[in-house]
Design a protein around this ligand. Sequence first.
Ligand SMILES: C[S@@+](CC[C@H](N)C(=O)[O-])C[C@H]1O[C@@H](n2cnc3c(N)ncnc32)[C@H](O)[C@@H]1O
Length: 326
Amino acid sequence: MSTDPAPRPHATAEEVEAARHDRKLANVLYHDWEAGSYDDKWSISYDERCITYAADRFRTAVDGHGAGDAAWPYERALELGSGTGFFLLNLMQAGLAEHGSVTDLSPGMVQAALRNAEHLGLDVDGRVADAEKIPYDDDTFDVVVGHAVLHHIPDLDTAFREILRVLKPGGRFVFAGEPTKIGDRYARKLGQLTWKAATTVTRLPALAGWRRPQAELDESSRAAALEAVVDIHVFDPAELDRIARAAGASDVRVVTEEFTAAMLGWPVRTFEAAVPPGKLGMRWALFAYHGWQRLSWLDRCVLSRVVPRAWFYNALITGTKRPESH
Ligand SMILES: C[S@@+](CC[C@H](N)C(=O)[O-])C[C@H]1O[C@@H](n2cnc3c(N)ncnc32)[C@H](O)[C@@H]1O
């Protein structure tokens, strides 16, 4: 396992101010800040639940019916914007690839991903890397993946050209978890309404035990302000398809998922962030998870036949590098 990331010291007030005008710096500061608590915040684990979730996203992107793994195991896999390693490490546990490389703009995230890989005994190296300038040679990887990263990258034309450059001819890319334009609108609205309702109701003296200390709520609001700077794009599925093709990708396919599931998921996650950690307990966690699973089934098996794809919350994109490319 090789590693070169050097974690940043804590961000100064000046850096936070500068980050408002520099989206890459904002990404580094925000995600370094989040790295230590990120897995807890997003209920990320490296067990069957998240292994199945990650593998299902890959399969849904590639063919929607579970045969996307015919080429597994790939020899070398790269993840862009890996965060703590949620997507690639779980895909590797599912059998996607023998050797993985995690990369991220945030040194804190690369360090967290390498730590997770080591605990899991996976063959993984890591580098701090900007997806617009990937520090690997041409034709290196059999597969390039990412989850919830494309919407943070300022210049997607350059990033897709870079992805195709580092892929071997015939290699595949898969990106999942990207917000659609319409999905982002209702998810944000529902999140804001839930935050307002939760922080108002918990002011009642009878509910004092449900209120997080003001300093923590203020910190969440500051993080949310920085989050608004790091979230750069929302996607129209057809436009995402066009960007990948214009960079030279073939066999491009964009699918979407989660409609009612996102309408449950965003208020649930916002509510969890608004009350003290651990307050909601196991029964809440099971309600949230099973509710999300049932609504995902409804979205996939019923609503995807009648609701336009642009209305679903999550976009997934796959494509390949032409076999004859150099
Ligand atoms: C929303 S997080 C997702 C992390 C992880 N993929 C997951 O799904 O849990 C986005 C990640 O992309 C990284 N990122 C943002 N801009 C980037 C860029 N230009 N190049 C590489 N990574 C970037 C951030 O530092 C962050 O770790």
